[in-house]
Design a protein around this ligand. Structure first.
Ligand SMILES: Nc1nc2c(ncn2[C@@H]2O[C@H](COP(=O)(O)OP(=O)(O)OP(=O)(O)O)[C@@H](O)[C@H]2O)c(=O)[nH]1
Ligand SMILES: [Mg+2]
Length: 474
């Protein structure tokens, strides 16, 4: 299954300067060479890792399909560690498909999603975290996300996992040697000897797990819904945070009819800003759909920016929106921002450039613990405070440094949680002076769970599910 030769278009299908077809496997050279017509006199084998100029010809019709540059790359210094050929043609979908067709007609098989990277993994060029990092790198939305993916690709995460795994293994070896060879005088390890090692492994894991929440933010971003009654300045706020005139702003209440999503960058975290239609009672069927979408946006948001018009008195509409958000669980119930109980939100009082009429105390009574920010989208006053408050709320002031290794993947997190539980169980058994084989059962489970992260103990089903999420040609 994994020793045939595969081919796929490796660049997105669209109009572009060039497009690349990638071929990998033992027969890659033999399949492509007959299709390549080189300038007269060139008959020697092309040099590895250099570009060869020529024309791709359909072998049955002899029709010239494209003028190309081809890179022939000998194993093992290739992406898959197999022989790889990359044909660079002109970037038109029709041309690329026709070139691919002729390569397939020569006997290559169409690659499955992620199959090139799967081969790189199976051939030992990448471990599983590195293969997954390839996908993260392609999908990265911010520079911080890109940096994290690159660190993972370079193997920094695997190193940390291996360190913890090695510590666990040390304990397993000591325990099992004493169980297996009691007659050879391998002494039974003393609990005081094993505990420090297990504590160390547990700490290594907990450090990684603590970074997970933060890492996830950088990778997936934060859904931030801008909610409020009509005309308070929600669309103006979206534009201000994007520093672009994205949404239509008018003095007419009900300007925004549908939700609008845009990505802004908050200190490296992708901020998915959702501008919504003002929530209000209405009989208009079109408006009603918009209002329902606003509610859904709030429901699915990680954070809500609740906007009020500071130049007007608090209205019943404002109050009923507050009520709806409370029902959804928004608003912290404790003063301590880092140990919030409710879903995070920020109260934004807009239009500070005008005379203020809003009953601020009434608003604070409704939201005693939510951060308050007063802004004007006209003058820009308070916008940096708002960004600060958002960063404080979600990052607790932290930003990703170029050296930190953060766990970003839910699969890794799940496996490490399991590892941590097994370690905890082994520590309990050790403390209760249970027989050492009890301890060792849990430690073996912890060792295997760590191996799942790097791929050493990953099942075929797990591999399938991971690589099927890749794009074709990767
Ligand atoms: N003075 C002042 N006016 C503002 C400010 N922000 C927005 N406005 C005005 O308020 C009106 C409504 O602004 P929008 O941004 O369209 O408000 P909205 O909440 O998106 O309104 P809907 O889409 O209708 O729900 C416009 O006339 C804006 O120019 C501000 O900071 N100061
Ligand atoms: Mg609007």
């Amino acid at each position: 299954m994994h020793n045939d030769t595969i081919a796929a278009i490796a660049t997105p299908l669209g109009m572009s300067g060039i497009g690349v077809i990638r071929v990998s496997g033992a027969d890659a050279f033999a399949l492509v060479l007959p299709l390549l017509r080189r300038p007269k006199g060139q008959t020697e084998l092309p040099l590895s890792h250099l570009l060869t100029y020529g024309q791709i010809v359909d072998t049955t019709s002899q029709e010239v399909l494209d003028e190309v540059l081809v890179a022939f790359m000998c194993a093992p210094h290739t992406y898959t560690r197999e022989d790889v050929v990359e044909i660079q043609g002109h970037g038109g979908p029709l041309i690329l498909r026709r070139i691919l067709q002729t390569v397939l007609a020569q006997g290559a098989r169409m690659a499955n999603p992620g199959e090139f990277t799967l081969r790189a993994f199976l051939n030992g060029r990448l471990d599983l975290t590195q293969a997954e990092a390839v996908m993260d790198l392609i999908g990265a939305q911010t520079e911080a996300g890109q940096r994290l993916a690159l660190q993972q690709l370079r193997g920094y995460l695997s190193q940390q996992i291996q360190r913890a795994r090695c510590t666990v293994l040390k304990v397993i070896v000591r325990i099992e040697a004493s169980i297996d060879f009691p007659e050879e005088d391998v002494p039974t390890p003393h609990e005081q000897e094993l505990l420090p090692l297990l504590y160390e492994a547990q700490q290594q894991l907990q450090t990684l797990l603590a970074g997970y929440r933060q890492g996830k933010l950088y990778r997936q971003g934060l859904r931030t819904a801008i909610i409020g009654r009509p005309n308070v300045g929600k669309s103006s706020l979206l534009n201000a945070l994007l520093r672009a005139e994205r949404a239509i702003v008018t003095p007419i209440a009900g300007t925004t009819r549908d939700t609008i999503e845009e990505v802004a960058n908050l200190r490296g975290v992708p901020l998915y800003l959702i501008d919504t239609a003002g929530i209000m009672p209405t009989d208009d069927p079109l408006e009603r759909v918009g209002v329902e979408r606003s509610r859904a946006a709030a429901e699915s948001a990680d954070v809500v920016l609740l906007v009020f018009d500071g130049s007007e008195h608090l209205t019943t509409q404002d109050r009923s929106i507050c009520h709806e958000l409370k029902v959804m669980g928004f608003g912290s119930h404790s003063e301590n921002v880092t140990h919030q109980v409710g879903r995070p939100m920020i109260v934004v009082i807009n239009k500070s450039d005008r005379e203020q009429h809003i009953e601020k105390e009434a608003v604070s009574d409704i939201w005693p613990y939510a951060p308050f920010v007063t802004i004007s989208t006209f003058t820009g006053a308070g916008l940096s405070d708002l960004e600060e408050a958002l960063a404080e709320l979600v990052l607790a002031g932290k930003t990703v440094s170029s050296t930190s290794v953060l766990l970003t993947n839910a699969r890794h997190e799940e496996a490490l949680q399991r590892t941590a539980e097994h370690l905890r169980a082994s520590l309990v058994s050790l403390n209760q002076q249970l027989p050492l084989d009890f301890v060792s059962i849990d430690l073996r489970a912890a060792y295997d769970a760590l191996g799942e992260v790097t791929g050493e103990t990953a099942s075929d089903a797990l591999l399938d599910s991971i690589f099927s999420e890749f794009c074709i040609g990767k």
